[in-house]
Write a protein that binds this ligand. Structure first.
Ligand code: ADP
Ligand code: MG
Length: 255
């Protein structure tokens, strides 16, 4: 595939046993674009991110990164990636930020960030620290570099988690409800960092319930329900003028 897309999902289906969690998912992500994925709990949003990040196999269809297949149907119950070579390439290219930060509690902010560049990327400590300090600065937390996660607020922890993803210089950033576990007063500082990243041209795929953020930042919003993409479009069109009854109900409940 030579479409200029950074990421493409073609007719992706994913089952857990007999339960179809994703049905015929088609998605194209252009370099530098922001795509927000919205939808009710259990609609398959996390599963979609997990198939892209190869934490889950798929049952049919294909996932392409820069035109190269990184995910495809696997037979039986194997959970292995297509090949080790492709899996490694993919692991280096994607950065993932989770709802619950997932920082290592016994490592400082800076140590959390330098670990993967040193072990996975084989960077020298000096190089990893220089990058780590730069990305911590970019999320406004340089002065907290020697603090442990339990010495940081939830918003600060999530900014460290974003910095940790950035330190791997990913081509695509995946966010799974990055502000859902935060107290309301801490949501803004995390969204501000994500707005900065969007403004700098980062390619991002973001599962979120923050509709104002999606409206301001997204190039495309995708609404999922029961494993299907039921609507998609420019944020203003989708959020203010949804076409399906399901989407109308959903948007009136979240905004
Ligand atoms: P969302 O992120 O939109 O809330 P998920 O992608 O987590 O939804 O889940 C979609 C559906 O797939 C849910 O019904 C969920 O129970 C199911 N599911 C997710 N992961 C698994 C799994 N590992 N095994 C079985 N069912 C799963
Ligand atoms: Mg989820």
């Amino acid at each position: 595939m030579t479409t200029g897309n950074l990421l493409e999902l073609v007719d992706v289906c994913k089952k857990f046993g007999d339960f179809e969690a994703l049905t015929d998912i088609n998605l194209a992500v252009r370099p530098g674009s922001v795509t927000c994925i919205v939808g009710p709990s259990g609609s398959g949003k996390s599963t979609m991110l997990r198939t892209i990040n190869m934490l889950e196999s798929i049952n049919s269809g294909g996932i392409f990164f820069e035109g190269e297949m990184i995910g495809q149907q696997v037979h039986g119950n194997h959970r292995r990636p297509v090949s080790k070579y492709i899996a490694r390439k993919q692991a280096v290219n994607f950065g993932m930020v989770f709802q619950n930060f997932n920082l290592f509690p016994n490592f400082t902010a800076l140590e959390n960030i330098t670990l993967a560049p040193m072990t996975v990327r084989k960077k020298s400590k000096a190089e990893a620290v220089a990058t780590g300090e730069r990305v911590l600065h970019s999320v406004g937390l340089f002065e907290k570099k020697d603090h442990y996660p339990n010495e940081l607020s939830g918003g600060q922890q999530q900014r460290v988690a974003i910095a940790r993803a950035l330190a791997m210089e990913p081509r695509l950033l995946l966010f799974d409800e990055p502000t859902s576990a935060l107290d309301p007063e801490l949501v803004g500082e995390v969204l501000a960092v994500m707005r900065d990243l969007a403004a700098q041209g980062s390619t991002m795929l973001i599962v979120t319930h923050e509709m104002k953020f999606a409206e301001d930042v997204a190039d495309e919003v995708i609404m999922m329900d029961a494993g299907h993409i039921i609507e998609r479009g420019r944020p203003r069109d989708l959020l203010h003028n949804p076409q399906t009854a399901r989407a109308k109900k959903f948007f009136s409940s979240v905004s």
